[in-house]
Design a protein around this ligand. Sequence first.
Ligand code: DGL
Length: 276
Amino acid sequence: MNDSFAERPIGAFDSGVGGLTVVQAMRELLPAEDILYLGDTARVPYGNKSPETIIRYSRENLAYLRRHDVKAVVVACNTASAHALAVLQRESDVPVIGVIAPGVEAALAATRNRRIGIIGTQGTIQSAAYQNLLREMQPDIFILAEAAPLLVSLVEEDWLSHPATQLILEEYLAPMRAAQVDTVVLACTHYPLLKSLAQRILGPGVVLVDSAQNAAAALARKLDAAHLSRAPHAQTGLITICTTDLPTQISRLAERFLGEKIQSVQQVSVDSGGGQ
Ligand code: DGL
């Protein structure tokens, strides 16, 4: 790979702005990289849609990022990774990294009693993508997987320390405590924001696996192996954020997920030939 290819941005997409938690983790680990982020806010949520629809949306998102000459693509959305990653990897000419395998590897490395819990959207849990990969790598593992669909809205409302969120999270995590899992995978873009609350509920003995951090680490390894990493510059890389719906109202929410100030958000169309 030549040097100018390594100078290209990394593409990342999600159903909305939640995937900026993954961008934040990428940013911490790979500060010199430019990142082009696509949030499919016109069609969010993905969590309750059919696999066919998710695959179609994901293909369009990948094609949009490829048209913008990215050197690798991160599927920041757990639901899209669960349903569409294999298709995207088959069809792409640049590396495509999902969030599931990195989360599974981290969970297996963390567990001591071989009892793992997973919470995610309806689509992620129903796809059994995490469960299948965990069993493939460790056949005798105990898994408790549970959909926690209310959490996305609570995070978007910024109800991170609201009593209602505490009650709902306690309800979702009660079976995990009863099953004595010692590791819980936070298998959704939004859940890293609930990490400290979940840790308080589950206690210090339970390891919470944040798929954002692990996906960023997997990306860094992949870029290095393919000689695609940008040489570290004094200057930090540029983050460009695009959404498929009007960006009004999005910026504040996006800043919360990204953990830094956002200059601008531009609206684009993922139709080939369309906007930007
Ligand atoms: N980004 C989705 C995920 O990680 C959560 C939001 C949605 O349902 O679209 O699964």
